[in-house]
Design a protein around this ligand. Structure first.
Ligand code: ZN
Length: 256
């Protein structure tokens, strides 16, 4: 994506400026119309870097997303998610023939008339949950994370599973705890590449953690005081302020 140097905003091109670029795009998607203005995303990621940097500084959405106004962040997330989906669905998963983009980029159809399969952008739901017991909250870390980083538990929803059951299964698999209460909290789109994070709060039946070391490096109970005084160093640091993990943690800290 491209961002203006002086403002926390995405740089948009008008029709004249974008005209030559559309032919180079790997995919073109109508994002939506705002009064009389149609917003269109073109994926230039297959083009040489010189062409991109000529337009302005290119910065990954994952880095600048939190700095953008909500509307720009949403438009950018949609654009990025759609570009990723198009790039990975150029062939039919049923018969192997090429697919073509339709409906202003919102579906792809198999070009083999005998097949004609239609494909839609997919979203991968994931649950992310704050587990509490008494006046403690459970945080864990994976070995691959930055040193000291701790977060609440999370995992992908499986086929045929209710979200609440997904929360119970993940917690049981990762730390061996049973839950007595599971409630929905809030959600956050995470189009890197196609997740929707569904946040829950849950209460554990007891505090006896049985760590699954295939999934986690550590997991333990934290007090409010520990988290309020998080040193944000290689021993303990919390996830980014804009993440739903952090929102779940901050909500718990305030709930004294
Ligand atoms: Zn096909």
């Amino acid at each position: 994506m491209v961002r203006q140097e002086d403002h926390n905003a995405i740089l948009t091109l008008n029709r004249a400026a974008a005209a030559d670029l559309i032919d180079l795009a790997r995919s073109v998607v109508l994002l939506g119309c705002d009064a009389e203005v149609a917003h269109i995303a073109i994926d230039l990621s297959s083009q040489p870097e010189e062409l991109i940097t000529r337009l302005g500084p290119a910065i990954d959405l994952r880095t600048v997303g939190p700095l953008l106004p909500q509307r720009d962040a949403s438009l950018s997330a949609l654009a990025r998610g759609m570009a990723y989906w198009h790039e990975r669905h150029v062939f039919c998963g049923r018969c192997g023939a090429p697919t073509v983009s339709e409906q202003a980029g919102h579906q792809r159809r198999c070009s083999n008339a005998e097949c004609g399969a239609i494909f839609f952008p997919r979203i991968d739901p994931a649950v992310i949950m704050r587990v509490e017991y008494g006046d403690k909250v459970l945080l864990a870390r994976q070995a691959s994370w930055a040193p000291g980083m701790h977060s609440v538990l999370a995992g992908f929803v499986e086929l045929g599973e209710r979200l609440e059951d997904s929360v119970r299964r993940e917690v049981k698999e990762e730390v061996g705890l049973d839950l007595v209460d599971v409630r929905y909290f809030a959600s956050q789109p995470w189009p890197f590449p196609a997740s929707l994070m569904l946040g829950f709060v849950a209460t554990a039946a007891d505090d006896r953690i049985q760590l699954n070391t295939d999934e986690l490096e550590t997991a333990r109970w934290f007090t409010r005081e520990e988290l309020l005084n998080s040193p944000e160093n290689d021993v303990l640091r919390l996830s980014r302020k804009d993440s739903i993990s952090r929102v779940l943690i901050e909500d718990w800290i305030r709930r004294e």
